[in-house]
Design a protein around this ligand. Sequence first.
Ligand code: ZN
Length: 270
Amino acid sequence: MPELPEVETTRNGIAPYLVGRRVQALVIRQPHLRWPIDAELVARLPGQRIEAVERRAKYLLVHTAVGSAIAHLGMSGSLRVLASDVAVGKHDHYDWRLGSGRILRYTDPRRFGCLLWQSTGTTHELLADLGPEPLSDAFDGDHLWRLSRGRKAAVKTFIMDQGVVVGVGNIYAAEALFAARIHPNRAAGAVARARYAHLADAIRHILAHAIRRGGTTLRDFISPDGVPGYFEQELFVYGRAGEPCRACGTPVRAVTLGQRSTFYCPRCQR
Ligand code: ZN
């Protein structure tokens, strides 16, 4: 599944081709994504000039004067800027025809992505209750510590809650908890303030590193310029059940927590 770093990589890849360009037309081949493509977007986006491309959590926001398109890549989606004559594949669900003559094409075999609309001056309900961006100044250990008081949920579940902080997917949560030496199953409310400072630093460091490297999760992820994405060779615990901990040699353990597999070192993480 594309995680925050892949979405940021997509943003970095497509923004230079979008900003300043006009959307001449939309070509929709399959309107039934996770939700139907927003009719208001279909009515209002053509003719608009793209002012900026932003990422919020795992949503891409393409801003125009009258509103913003909100795109999510779902489980298997990708957005690429292509020449207009590139042959259409079975899973190519929509194109934006740009004033430059190029197209922005969305490909998604599983169709869990979406394309929605937010009029200028409003906030779409999907964006209304999101926590801070992990790489913003609003996110730090004290933020986690304050929100976690009284919470009995496992700390891993807590940091993956999009209302707490956005974009901490399963891999990043496991790796950040290892870096901070915190057991994933510990109650969020029982983690001390100083340990949350380490955890927040670890989350920022791991996500920033993944963004620099172009994302980690999808082995077949294709970056917007068509280069196969790098996938991580540096994971400490994720996907390493039974293999020796890179810090102490104890076999890494796998458990299911909140219906997600999680990986941890039973010796290093408390
Ligand atoms: Zn260990």
